[in-house]
Design a protein around this ligand. Structure first.
Ligand code: NAD
Length: 310
């Protein structure tokens, strides 16, 4: 749930996000297609049981072609309301037999992807002593900060809601900076964990980092322009839909009835997958996002004709 300048902007975002979900499922070896729902509005004022149940009835009309789950500004409690109208919802609370909030698993996968990108850029996966700027300290950003603090990284944070940034700064011993200041920080790793398109013509030239690795969807504003631009500037980019797949892996475990531990084990493999994609991009003279999309498309082509049992 987010505010958009226009319906067209929202529609374009849904299309991009849906494509990203398709690639995310494919590259993670899941038996899912891709789709995304967006409710336009300010979650702080608009979100009610009635609205969520109305959305649940809409999802029900799709007869299982689309399964909804948490994302920006949504919680397990919201999924509970949606469940009152349709069974095609995942990310339900564990007390209801669901897989719970996917955010900790997304954060774990993002952390694994970040370590792999660090290995490529610095020759070591260790994040100890590295300065890492986290943009967006919501659900995933906060869990990611826990991992980074534990490993002894120096942290910089920012958030659209200033109070959240200050809370995170106090909790994790981080420095809070303004929304636009994050791009100018002297940092080793920039971690976009808010919304998409933050890697664009205005921001890339300001980045002083050697790695970009975050959980936000659609980080590159124009993939085939900003992906190569990062390569030209010697910045290692960990493909967004690859390293933020932990949450989807977790909700998939709920759909097919496997365990949280199984989801975590699969999510840990994001470290190896990221290293493989980065190596492939280099060997092909391509950029990491293109290499990841190519790999996802190859799987879609090879298993696309197999009928899923789910
Ligand atoms: P969230 O709503 O809990 O947190 C997002 C945070 O970003 C909020 O605190 C918000 O105030 C902040 N924000 C928004 N715009 C900002 C800006 N311009 N600058 C700084 N901060 C800004 O969402 P989340 O669940 O943590 O998801 C974060 C990102 O990760 C999203 O792009 C989401 O699509 C993606 N993602 C989330 C999951 C998951 O499991 N939750 C899985 C895969 C991908």
């Amino acid at each position: 749930m987010w505010h958009y300048a226009s319906d067209m902007e929202a529609l374009n975002d849904v299309l991009r996000l849906s494509r990203g979900m398709t690639y995310k499922a494919a590259i993670s070896g899941l038996n899912l297609g891709g789709g995304k729902a967006v409710i336009i509005g300010d979650a702080k004022t608009l979100k009610t049981e009635a609205l969520l149940r109305k959305f649940g009835r809409f999802v029900k009309n799709l007869n299982g072609k689309y399964i909804t789950a948490e994302d920006v500004n949504m919680t397990t409690k919201d999924m509970e309301y949606i469940r009152m109208e349709t069974k095609h919802v995942a990310g339900l609370p564990e007390s209801m037999g669901g897989s719970g909030d996917p955010s900790p698993v997304t954060a774990y996968g993002t952390y694994m992807g970040m370590k792999a990108a660090a290995k490529k850029a610095f020759g070591s996966e260790s994040l100890t002593g590295k300065t890492i700027g986290v943009q967006g300290v919501g659900h995933v950003g906060t869990y990611l900060l826990e991992h980074l603090q534990k490993e002894g990284a120096k942290l910089i944070v920012t958030d659209y809601y200033e109070d959240r940034a200050h809370e995170a700064a106090a909790r994790f011993g981080a420095t809070a900076v303004g929304l636009d200041e994050i791009y100018d920080q002297q940092m080793d790793i920039y971690s976009p964990c808010a919304l998409g398109a933050t890697l664009n013509d205005d921001t890339i030239s300001r980045l002083k980092c050697q790695v970009v690795a975050g959980c936000a969807n659609n980080q590159l504003e124009v993939e085939n322009q900003h992906g190569p631009e990062l390569v030209r500037r010697g910045i290692v980019y960990a493909p967004d839909f690859l390293i933020n797949a932990g949450g989807l892996i977790n909700v998939y475990s709920e759909v097919v009835g496997t365990s949280r531990q199984g989801a975590l084990t699969q999510t840990e493999k994001i470290y190896d997958f990221t290293l493989q994609v980065l190596a492939k991009a280099e060997a092909d003279g391509s950029h990491p996002q293109a290499a990841a999309i190519k790999q996802a498309k190859e799987r879609i082509a090879s298993v696309g004709k197999v009928k899923s049992t789910y």
